[in-house]
Design a protein around this ligand. Structure first.
Ligand code: BTN
Length: 241
């Protein structure tokens, strides 16, 4: 059981929890979590930055070194987003909570959580998760409108307790990976389903309708009556983003 092998490191302040694990992956054990509430130079997807107000939010990364788990590749991102979503949904009775392919979590069409997978295959993978918890003001430019749990639930949230629940859920789901169940759950939470979208394909911006995902978690997009399958990349909705 992964839960018995897990280790936790709390850092009062760090530039990036993903970077910390990258720099220390050799001496740290498989299933080491590192978390902070004060990340000063967070990394986002596609070379963006992840900005988080001091002491307001939960930022963590998990180091995976076990070869069988590392080989799950993209499924790890799916397991992570589903684990986080299900805790938030159950804990705070949030109704309109979805996953935007591949792994952003949205509440009422605003982004509350971002996930960044990094690593060096086949040696290790780092799952990095940033959740906006108690931040109530977001200044600056955001590609997608941000929100936080506090803004959505109108209550101050205990970050330590939330962290415990999310780590437990993630470990449980990593220990019990069932691809069919993940596929069904993702379909239930799929934010983009049937939306008009834009996406990059062959270095060009294209428009299409997002249909869902296939069993390998590729995005299926209808363009001029043909279906294109996208294994990675960025999708934007035409109306809301
Ligand atoms: C995204 O662009 O949506 C992904 C954001 C991922 C941010 C998290 S915060 C914890 C971990 N450490 C980082 O530097 N980034 C990830």
């Amino acid at each position: 059981m992964l839960v018995f092998r897990m280790k936790e490191i709390y850092l009062k302040e760090i530039d990036s929890t993903n970077k910390y694990l990258k720099e220390h992956h050799q001496e740290l054990d498989d299933m080491t979590f590192v978390y902070t509430f004060n990340q000063t130079k967070g990394k986002g997807r596609n070379e963006r930055t992840w900005v988080s107000e001091k002491d307001q939010n939960l930022l963590f990364s998990l180091l995976i070194k076990n070869k069988d788990t590392v080989s799950l590749g993209g499924y790890l991102s799916l397991v992570t987003s589903i684990s986080v979503l299900e805790v938030l949904k159950d804990e705070f009775a949030i109704k309109d909570i979805k996953i935007k392919w591949p792994n952003d979590i949205y509440i009422c069409s605003k982004k509350v959580c971002g996930i960044l997978l990094e690593g060096e295959l086949p040696n290790y993978i780092i799952l990095g998760v940033g959740i906006n918890v108690n931040q109530s003001v977001f200044t600056g430019e955001y590609r997608v409108n941000p929100t936080s749990l506090r803004l959505q639930t109108r209550q101050e949230i205990d970050k330590e307790k939330l962290k415990e629940k999310i780590f437990k859920s993630l470990l449980f789901n990593l220990d019990n990976i069932n691809k069919d169940s993940l596929f069904l759950r993702f379909n239930e939470y799929d934010y983009l389903k049937n939306k008009e979208i834009t996406f990059f394909y062959n270095n060009e911006e294209n428009k299409g309708i997002y249909l869902g995902v296939d069993k390998d978690f590729n995005a299926l997009i209808e363009v001029n009556n043909k279906t294109i399958s996208l294994s990675s990349g960025e999708i934007s909705t035409i109306k809301t983003n």
